[in-house]
Design a protein around this ligand. Structure first.
Ligand SMILES: *[C@@H]1O[C@H](CO)[C@@H](O)[C@H](O)[C@H]1NC(C)=O
Ligand SMILES: *[C@@H]1O[C@H](CO)[C@@H](O)[C@H](O)[C@H]1NC(C)=O
Ligand SMILES: *[C@@H]1O[C@H](CO)[C@@H](O)[C@H](O)[C@H]1NC(C)=O
Ligand SMILES: *[C@@H]1O[C@H](CO)[C@@H](O)[C@H](O)[C@H]1NC(C)=O
Ligand SMILES: *[C@@H]1O[C@H](CO)[C@@H](O)[C@H](O)[C@H]1NC(C)=O
Ligand SMILES: *[C@@H]1O[C@H](CO)[C@@H](O)[C@H](O)[C@H]1NC(C)=O
Ligand SMILES: *[C@@H]1O[C@H](CO)[C@@H](O)[C@H](O)[C@H]1NC(C)=O
Ligand SMILES: *[C@@H]1O[C@H](CO)[C@@H](O)[C@H](O)[C@H]1NC(C)=O
Ligand SMILES: *[C@@H]1O[C@H](CO)[C@@H](O)[C@H](O)[C@H]1NC(C)=O
Ligand SMILES: *[C@@H]1O[C@H](CO)[C@@H](O)[C@H](O)[C@H]1NC(C)=O
Ligand SMILES: *[C@@H]1O[C@H](CO)[C@@H](O)[C@H](O)[C@H]1NC(C)=O
Length: 689
């Protein structure tokens, strides 16, 4: 075998940072262009996770869950709300899942359902079954996102979808021109005003597929499609207002000036809206050409996480839903593509490797509605300590509390996968969100490239790349901001007898990308990231513990019991046989205490190397004890009262933390593997170091 490797040197190339020059193109270009869906296949643990999802709840919704299988969108009669959103949520998640893993059963379901929707497009271009004053635009955001992905992944659908979306864009234009019909509420509409508020605050998720249509398949409608974006912005509940310094709520939500905040649209306070809205100002910038929005986006996203973020990477809001976590992931991966700021990619990984798996059972058959950072039990609570969440919201169930997370959670990993490799310039391919994957693509330069990333990242920080290219190109790897760049290396291994050219990474300061020039032929690289344990301060002298992209929480062992799933409205058992046997509602009860304070001076990271590239991890990996990594720390029990006799209350202030037990060593485990956990850990000085 012949190896043409080369030169593991840093090369300065055109990853274009957002410029402040006036743009002549109608849409400001993205820094990184996503690849068409289907070009990236999952490997290793990520493949295992997507297969669990395929054979778990997400992959079986069309088989039994009436809000999807009997949706009015495909000729049935079931909707869980007047928003008619279950089916579009399903399609938006199952398209990238089916084409990400290449699952024929799910592809057939996607095609069959899409055929129905396209065949039933109404004569005037409306997509969906509503007529007259019953037409609310909102869930078509999700439908268009789904159709955009399917058009990329399945050539048999491209033309039909493009034509359907163009006809819909024409109708949308006439509706929006007619005093925003279907977007803002009008007297006489068949749905209440509250039904339009979702579309008003989530308009960026309709703009994204419109931009795709504009850039790749505008037909004769370029101006009209662009005009639609301006209309949506003109009448929307927009996020540039919320991100302003004189508006954004800095501080705890229940301690704010209520007079002022009651005067703002409520949409801004809803967690899922916030997750979706993170990307909004970067989306607007593409057609507004206002570069102040770059800084405003940074400010808004930072403040969202700084003041209201969970340590696991999601947002704590009225409902810190599982939906919020997946929307946060999608928004942050979009922000990295649009603005190229490394920190957005770090935060996308944080939510993907912590918040999302923490909210799912290891087998992907049950999901929480709401996750608690400090959650010592998961059961039907006796009180409702949370805003807008009932007593079963923090259980792992089929549809407990509200069904949206049942149908929205499956978009998380499939979209993470499809954002993991991106293009830059005409001949650049970059590993943006790290993890095991296999990408096959043709760059604008014409180079056909295949890259196999063999790694168990984030459980191990080494990545081995086998690269094959028909022409020279630039390959870039992202260096996370938490990495110690001086000790992180990339080695070009040109085969058994070739030289091993090892250099320290020298990432671009904005994007975090370390770029290499790669010859045609076959090249093998080894990228080794170095880091150390780090602490992040959390409220009231608590800390969160991280190593790399993983958050480590106090792992609380538990016993579990389950019942058949319950109806989310009546809370009665669903009829026998309705759901597959694997679908259960779970109660998890702790078998050890949870109320510890830790001495951070005694933290030690443990990892035996058993997740090195090529090693096979346990499947399912997000189960207690499955990941090989853990942290030990000296700790003692403290007096930590409950709130409403129901959930952990305010952490006792530092002066009031007396040990009520002996000093012990406790284990912190990757958050995603701990279904019961304490992650905002109170600190004490145990004088042991
Ligand atoms: C295809 O979709 C139609 C309409 O929703 C449905 O009646 C039929 O059962 C579906 N067939 C398959 C094989 O999924
Ligand atoms: C547009 O719709 C709004 C909301 O229903 C209404 O208040 C306003 O009068 C309408 N404007 C026109 C020009 O019809
Ligand atoms: C664009 O307009 C031209 C001239 O009116 C017409 O021939 C063509 O079919 C149109 N194309 C599309 C995609 O609508
Ligand atoms: C609270 O906000 C209201 C309305 O913006 C304002 O009039 C009032 O002065 C504020 N109160 C305080 C204490 O800041
Ligand atoms: C650009 O955006 C900033 C931030 O939202 C805003 O203050 C400014 O008015 C905008 N400029 C224009 C010309 O719209
Ligand atoms: C985020 O905002 C906080 C509070 O304003 C500030 O201290 C911090 O430096 C900001 N971080 C980033 C990355 O901008
Ligand atoms: C990578 O993907 C290509 C194209 O789908 C496939 O031919 C190849 O077998 C895959 N390799 C691995 C190691 O999965
Ligand atoms: C990568 O290339 C090396 C050297 O040819 C080979 O030993 C290894 O099996 C390849 N790995 C994959 C996943 O193809
Ligand atoms: C490459 O060489 C360096 C320096 O000798 C060594 O530390 C490193 O382990 C080698 N890397 C590989 C992947 O063989
Ligand atoms: C939760 O408890 C409430 C009140 O005790 C009860 O009405 C409800 O049925 C229970 N829900 C489930 C899903 O067990
Ligand atoms: C921190 O402690 C103070 C005083 O007990 C309390 O008012 C505040 O709400 C606490 N914050 C959090 C996030 O627990």
């Amino acid at each position: 075998m012949k190896y043409f490797g080369l030169i593991g040197l840093f090369v300065a190339v055109a990853i274009v940072a957002p410029s402040s020059s006036t743009e002549s193109r109608p849409l400001v270009p993205l820094v990184f262009e996503p690849l068409n869906l289907g070009q990236i296949k999952p490997l290793g643990w990520l493949h295992d996770q997507l297969m669990l999802q395929t054979s778990g709840l997400g992959g079986h919704l069309m088989d039994f869950w009436s809000f999807v299988s009997d949706s009015a969108w495909i000729g049935g009669r079931s909707e869980y709300s007047i928003l008619h959103e279950a089916f579009p949520y399903w399609l938006n998640a199952i398209v990238p899942l089916a084409y990400g893993v290449g699952d024929e059963r799910l592809k057939a379901q996607v095609r069959n359902a899409t055929d129905y929707v396209l065949d039933h497009q109404q004569a005037d271009g409306w997509l969906g079954y509503e007529t007259g004053t019953n037409r609310n635009m909102w869930p078509r955001n999700l439908l268009c996102l789904a159709l955009m992905q399917l058009a990329q992944a399945d050539e048999a659908y491209t033309e039909r979808i493009v034509s359907a979306m163009q006809r819909f864009a024409v109708l949308m234009n006439s509706m929006l021109a007619d005093n925003f019909t279907g977007f803002i509420y009008h007297d006489g509409d068949m749905y209440p005003e509250s039904a339009t508020e979702w579309g008003l605050s989530r308009a960026q998720d309709l703009m994204v597929p419109l931009m795709w249509l504009f850039e790749y398949h505008p037909g004769n409608y370029s101006e009209l499609i662009l005009e639609n974006m301006h209309y949506l912005y003109q009448a929307g509940v927009n996020w540039d207002y919320w991100f302003r310094a004189d508006v954004f709520p800095k501080g705890e939500l229940d301690e704010l000036n209520q007079t002022f905040y009651n005067s703002l649209p409520w949409e801004y306070f809803h967690g899922v809206n916030e997750g979706e809205g993170l990307k909004a100002t970067a989306v607007y910038r593409r057609f507004l050409h206002n570069d102040s929005l770059i800084e405003l986006t940074h400010q808004g996203v930072n403040w969202t996480f700084f003041y209201h973020g969970s340590a696991s990477g999601s947002i704590l809001a009225d409902e810190s839903e599982t939906c919020t976590a997946v929307e946060v992931m999608y928004s942050l991966s979009y922000l990295y593509q649009a603005l190229g700021e490394n920190w957005y990619a770090d935060r996308a990984e944080l939510a993907a490797f912590n918040a999302l798996p923490g909210a799912l059972t290891p087998d992907w058959w049950a999901r929480q509605y709401m996750a608690e950072p400090n959650q010592p039990w998961s059961k039907n609570l006796t009180e409702t300590p949370f805003s807008d969440v009932n007593t079963v919201g923090q259980m792992f169930t089929l549809e407990g509390n509200y069904p949206c997370c049942t149908v929205n959670h499956p978009q998380g990993y499939p979209k993470f996968l499809s954002a993991s490799f991106v293009q830059f310039g005409v001949s650049g391919l970059a590993h943006a969100l790290l993890g095991p994957a296999n990408v096959t693509t043709r760059l604008s330069s014409g180079a056909a490239v295949n890259i196999i990333a063999t790694t168990n990242y984030p459980f191990d920080l080494d990545l081995v790349y086998n690269v094959t290219a028909t022409e020279p190109f630039y390959f870039a790897v992202r260096v996370p901001t938490w990495a110690d760049a001086t000790k992180s290396t990339i080695a070009t291994l040109t085969g058994p007898d070739g030289h091993n050219n090892t250099v320290s990474v020298s990432p671009d300061v904005d994007t975090g990308m370390h770029t290499l020039s790669i010859s045609s032929g076959t090249t093998m690289l080894r990228y080794s990231i170095s880091t150390s344990l780090r602490l992040e301060p959390r409220p009231n002298a608590t800390v969160a513990v991280y190593y790399g992209a993983l958050l480590y929480g106090l792992a609380i062992p538990f016993t579990s019991s389950s019942t058949a799933p319950h109806d989310y409205v009546t809370q009665e058992l669903l009829p026998a046989g309705y759901a597959p046997p694997a679908s259960r509602d779970w109660t998890l009860l702790p078998t050890a205490p949870w109320n510890y304070a830790i001495d951070p001076a005694t933290l030690v990271y443990h990892y035996d190397g058993s997740a090195a590239p090529g090693k096979v991890l346990p499947d399912p990996i997000w189960a207690l004890g499955a990941p090989p990594n853990y942290v030990t720390v000296k700790a003692c029990l403290i007096d930590w009262p409950l709130y409403l006799d129901s959930v952990p209350g305010r952490v006792p202030l530092r002066g009031a933390r007396q040990c009520v037990g002996a000093v012990e060593e406790v284990e912190l485990r990757p958050y995603g593997s701990t279904k019961l956990h304490v992650v905002d850990l109170p600190t004490v000085d145990l004088g042991t170091s």
